[in-house]
Every structure is written in C-alpha cells, then in structure tokens.
Design a protein around this ligand. Structure first.
Ligand code: RIB
Length: 291
C-alpha cells in the first residue's frame, strides 16, 4: 500500500518525571509521579502529521512487550498506518524524561528495538510516497538509505537531524529540506547560526526551529522568519517532532515551504501548552490552514 508521507524513525515509550530541578552527578533528587506516554521522534512525527489529516505510514521497530502495544495503539488511533512497523526480539525503546517547572525537558534514550531498523527495511517502501521524513535515534545507515531511496523514488526527502549526528555529504546533498534547531545548526556549521550556510552543505532548503521564537525558512531565494504565537509552555517534549510532522503534512498537501512552516509553528506552539509528546498534538480542526 502506498501513502503520501512515509516517516522513518524511532518509537519510544516516554517515562516522564516532573522535577523541580535535574540531579547533578552523584546526586539523588525526588521527583513527582511517573507518567508513561507514547513518544519517539519518528512515531511523534507520524502522529502529528496524521492528526492533521495526512495519509501517513511509519517505518519503525518496536519490541514484543507492553510498551510496544502502547505505541501501536497510539499510532493506530491517530490514523498512522503501521504495516511497516516491525516487532522484534529487543525491548521497545524507552526515553527517560525529566520535565522542570519552566517546561524544559532533558531526555536519555535507550533505543532498544529501534536499533533493529535496517537499510533493507526500506526495500519497496517508497513506491508512491510524496514526502519521506527521517529522524535520528535509528541506525545511521538506515537513515542514509531512507534519504537515498526517497530521492531515487522521486519522493521529497526531509531529514530532522535530531539528535545531531554526522551524516554523509551525499545524504545532505540529496535532501529537499534539512530540519534543525539552533543547537543542531551551530553543531553542523561549527560556528554561530548563519542559516544561509546550511545550504552550502548541500540541501535544497533548510528550516531552523527557534523554540518559542518560531522558525527560519532558508532557500536559495533568501531567509524568511516565521514567528510563533506566544503561549504558556508547560512541556516542550516533542515540540520539534510536532513541527516536523506538521511541515510534512502541509508539504504533502501541496503547500509551499513557507506556508508549511507557518502552520508548523502554530502546531508546535499548541503542543507545548499540553503535557507529553503525542498526547499534546492538535487535530486539523484546531489548526486550520491559513490563506
Ligand atoms: O523529541 C521528543 C522525543 O525524543 C521523545 O518523545 C522521546 O521519546 C525522544 O525520542
């Protein structure tokens, strides 16, 4: 079966603990009650896009355990096609997340089953796909194969370079859109953020997310700033994935990159006003397309 958007990436159970502050090395800090919710950068992206009405499939890997069932249920209830999610003999990925009162998070990921996602899993998966969006937290050869296979199949390859990792020049050059936050951009460029320089790495365009300030859309025609609505943030977990999913959904529906980014900042802004990653993502009715 073919789908407009194929997301290639991780699926994790998010174990979230609210805490006044993070423990330092060798220190123990008592936090609040743990909540378990569906997450993982790939699954988050797919759910965000599906909630907005996109026809989307996830290519991912989960374990044969209760966390895998939580993820499958969340994906399916959002309308994500799960035929390309394989169940493997490793534990489902887990993200240990601390959220402080300012809404900031810190995350430690145990990838588990995500590491079983192989380049060969891409075979035949790109037929008819319009937008392929990959993120990190899965093996690098699989990410690079996903980008190459998308380009070969005539799909637009998007890469959310999160968490930041070194990818080959050939992969960067094959990208339609490189998505990074400010830290990832600085890491890539080895300097302060000069967004135009991202295009020198090879992608046709780039989007730099700026948290509460919005995003920058970088094309050969120039750089456009897209402002975010002002909101009261309670939990920023998964906001970047919400942005990525929304961007992919709008591009699949034929929007320009700038129009897609304008909607994506609104989607991400709503997501930070609610707790969790996937549970915080809005429906299409909450974020109508703007003229
Ligand atoms: O981007 C947020 C996500 O990062 C969380 O859902 C967590 O699972 C980690 O993958």
């Amino acid at each position: 079966m073919t789908h407009d958007v194929l997301v290639v990436g991780s699926a994790n159970a998010d174990l979230v603990v609210p805490a006044e502050r993070r423990p330092g090395p060798g220190e123990t800090v008592l936090g609040g009650d743990t909540t378990i919710s569906p997450g993982g950068k790939g699954a988050n992206t797919a759910v965000a896009a599906a909630r907005l009405g996109a026809d989307v499939a996830l290519l991912g890997a989960i374990g044969q355990d209760p966390y895998g069932a939580v993820l499958t249920e969340s994906l399916r209830s959002a309308g994500v096609h799960t035929d390309l999610v394989k169940a493997v003999a490793r534990p489902t990925g887990i993200a240990y997340i601390t959220v402080t009162p300012d809404g900031e998070n810190s995350i430690l990921v145990s990838p588990g089953a995500n590491h079983a996602l192989e380049p060969a899993d891409l075979d035949g998966a790109l037929a008819g796909v319009k937008i392929m969006v990959a993120s990190m937290e899965i093996p690098l050869p699989t990410v690079e194969r996903a980008v190459a296979a998308a380009a070969e199949a005539g799909a637009r390859p998007l890469l959310n370079l999160s968490p930041a990792a070194e990818v080959s020049p050939a992969t960067l050059a094959a990208l339609d859109v490189l998505l990074v936050n400010e830290h990832e951009a600085a890491w890539l460029l080895g300097t302060g953020v000069e967004p135009e320089k991202l295009l020198g790495l090879g992608p046709r365009s780039a989007v730099v997310t700026l948290g509460a300030r919005g995003a920058l859309v970088v094309t050969r025609q120039g750089t456009t700033e897209v402002a975010s609505p002002k909101v009261e943030a309670v939990d920023s977990t998964g906001a970047g994935d919400a942005f990525t999913g929304a961007l992919a959904a709008s591009l699949a529906a034929g929007a320009s990159l700038e129009a897609a980014a304008r909607r994506a900042v609104r989607v991400a802004a709503i997501s930070v006003t609610r707790r969790g990653a996937q549970p915080s993502y809005p429906s299409a009715a909450e974020v109508p397309e703007q003229a």
